[in-house]
Write a protein that binds this ligand. Structure first.
Ligand code: NAI
Length: 501
């Protein structure tokens, strides 16, 4: 299916944050744009905002002044929804209310010919439900841009029950022609990104709720070890807790309160306190004048290790080789013994459970890294029954490998391990339910929320059988539905097949 030609007019309803951004994108791609907003003066303000954005690009030398003028000249303001009828594609970005969206799209539809394509930028309403209020439901598709629309590449092209596949294909091709990275998604709660990303926040909130680590430590581990651009707490503070909590609550409700998506009481309390994040000057962190970022928990320098024995291949091998440490080698399943302390990568069990199973008290588990050779920090937990000095021995070993050590309480799956397992599990569940393909889910998560790797590709790199074991161990330890392994992940892990060809 081919893209709409640049000569085809594009209508945009709603000239707020998203509508103005979308109008700019379409105009930059060469389309004549008709911009309509119901509020007095809002369309003019939207156009003025676009002009300011283009001027900034001109000032930075990224756009020629003549091109900026041409983009702006392509954006005409419309006085009524009916005025958008000549457009080939009309995208609505009005308030997030089903009745309002249906009413305004209905007015465009009534004035337009059969072939007009209607699109909604909704982030939480069902495309199927919006379409049900229209005369030609097959002509409606979701076109979910991310904020800021001119910058963010991802566009989720969302098909409802009635959406004509040809309409979705045309919108997909058109978004690609606009320089975007479109993905196909089926209209299900949260589509791809707002669903698959839930565990990124939920696991971090859980770690803090359990008292296993504080927000600064979680953020440091997620960025310096997990390779995420931003830690979950810094990101929630940026998004705003009211917005982030509302998205979680809406996904939870839309899934008929499946406990897997349950919102966090920790976040709810912030919302109740009005500590909404950066915008209110306080969230998990303070943004008051002169406030400094709290430091992550970091173990003090400990003596270097004496006897180190590495049993088989471990995630630390490259680092050990680079450190100049010359440990004894023995056969085994990836354990390391440091002066009598047993170190293992997290498999979703608490260090205490590992110690109990192995009949060995002095046990420490360490977290998953995106790239262990390049990591700067590692989260480490020691078993309840371990002798005093166990944590220091573990810390001395990791410090010798050039890693800062964040001691965390003995929680299953530490910080990165449980987060990546839960993200991949949610992605697998979305594939199982036909929401999107594995390739589109991974693309959506790297483009839409900047994850360093798509969750399914990451899962394959870890090994699906290992990942399944992490989830099963987390589930066994917590009996929490959020770790219920997806049937598809189980099939692929046990069957030895892959998500990506
Ligand atoms: P906004 O509040 O900045 O803009 C909404 C605009 O719609 C306002 O200018 C308002 O006057 C106008 N409007 C309201 N009712 C109207 C009607 N009946 N006809 C014409 N115009 C009408 O909101 P924002 O943030 O741009 O969101 C718009 C839509 O985009 C919502 O559906 C939202 O869920 C979705 N969205 C928002 C994102 C964000 O980060 N803000 C990201 C992705 C989607």
């Amino acid at each position: 299916m081919s893209a709409l030609p640049a000569s085809a007019a594009v209508g945009v309803i709603g000239a707020g944050t998203m509508g103005a951004g979308i109008a700019q994108v379409a105009a930059q791609a060469g389309h004549p744009v008709l911009l309509y907003d119901a509020a007095e003066g809002a369309a003019e303000r939207g156009r003025a905002g676009i002009k300011a954005a283009l001027d900034r690009r001109v000032a930075k030398g990224r756009l020629a002044a003549a091109d900026a003028d041409a983009v702006l000249a392509r954006i005409a303001l419309a006085g009524r929804p009916e005025d958008l009828a000549p457009a080939r594609l009309v995208i609505e970005a009005v308030v997030e209310r089903l009745d309002v969206k249906q009413a305004v799209l209905g007015r465009v539809e009534a004035a337009a010919g059969d072939e007009i394509i209607l699109a909604s930028n909704t982030s939480s309403l069902s495309i199927t439900a919006i379409a049900a209020g229209l005369r030609r439901p097959r002509r409606l598709v979701g076109m979910h841009f991310f904020n800021p629309a001119p910058v963010m590449e991802l566009v989720e092209v969302v098909s409802g029950a009635a959406t004509d596949p040809g309409v979705a294909a045309t919108v997909h091709a058109t978004a690609a022609a606009w320089g975007k990275a479109p993905v196909h998604a089926r209209s299900t709660p949260g589509f791809i990104v707002n669903r698959v990303a839930r565990p990124f926040y939920a696991e971090a909130l859980r770690v803090v709720q359990e008292g296993a680590a504080d927000p600064a430590t979680v953020d440091a581990v997620m960025t310096e070890c997990g390779g995420f651009r931003m830690g979950p707490f810094a990101l929630m503070d940026l998004i705003g807790h009211d917005v982030n909590y509302a998205v979680t609550a809406s996904v939870f409700a839309a899934f008929h309160h499946d406990r897997r998506y349950a919102p966090s009481l920790v976040q709810k309390e912030l919302v109740e306190a009005g500590w909404l994040g950066r915008k209110s000057g306080r969230g998990f962190y303070s943004y008051a004048e002169g406030a400094s970022a709290p430091p992550p928990a970091t173990a003090p320098a400990a003596p270097p290790p004496g006897a180190v024995v590495v049993h088989g291949a471990t995630p630390l091998d490259e680092r050990i080789a680079a450190s100049g440490l010359a440990p004894d080698r023995a056969a085994g399943d990836g354990a390391i013994r440091v002066d009598g302390v047993l170190l293992r990568p997290s498999d979703g069990r608490m260090a205490t459970e590992v110690a109990a199973a192995q009949g060995c008290a002095d046990v420490a588990v360490y977290d998953l890294a995106l790239d262990m050779a390049g990591a700067r920090r590692i989260a480490v937990a020691v078993a309840e029954q371990s002798a005093p000095g166990t944590a220091a021995k573990a810390a001395g070993f990791f410090q010798g490998l050039g890693l800062d050590v964040s001691p965390v309480a003995d929680t299953p799956g530490l910080i990165v391990t449980r987060t990546v397992a839960a993200l991949a599990n949610e992605a697998a569940e979305a594939v199982l339910h036909g929401v999107a393909t594995p390739a589109d889910i991974d693309l959506a998560m790297t483009k839409g929320v900047n994850y360093p790797r798509g969750p399914l590709a990451w899962a394959e790199e870890i090994g699906l059988a290992k990942l399944l074991a992490v989830l099963e161990n987390l589930f066994a330890a917590t009996r929490d539905e959020r770790y219920r392994p997806s049937l598809l992940l189980r099939r692929k892990a046990l069957g030895g097949t892959r998500f990506h060809g």
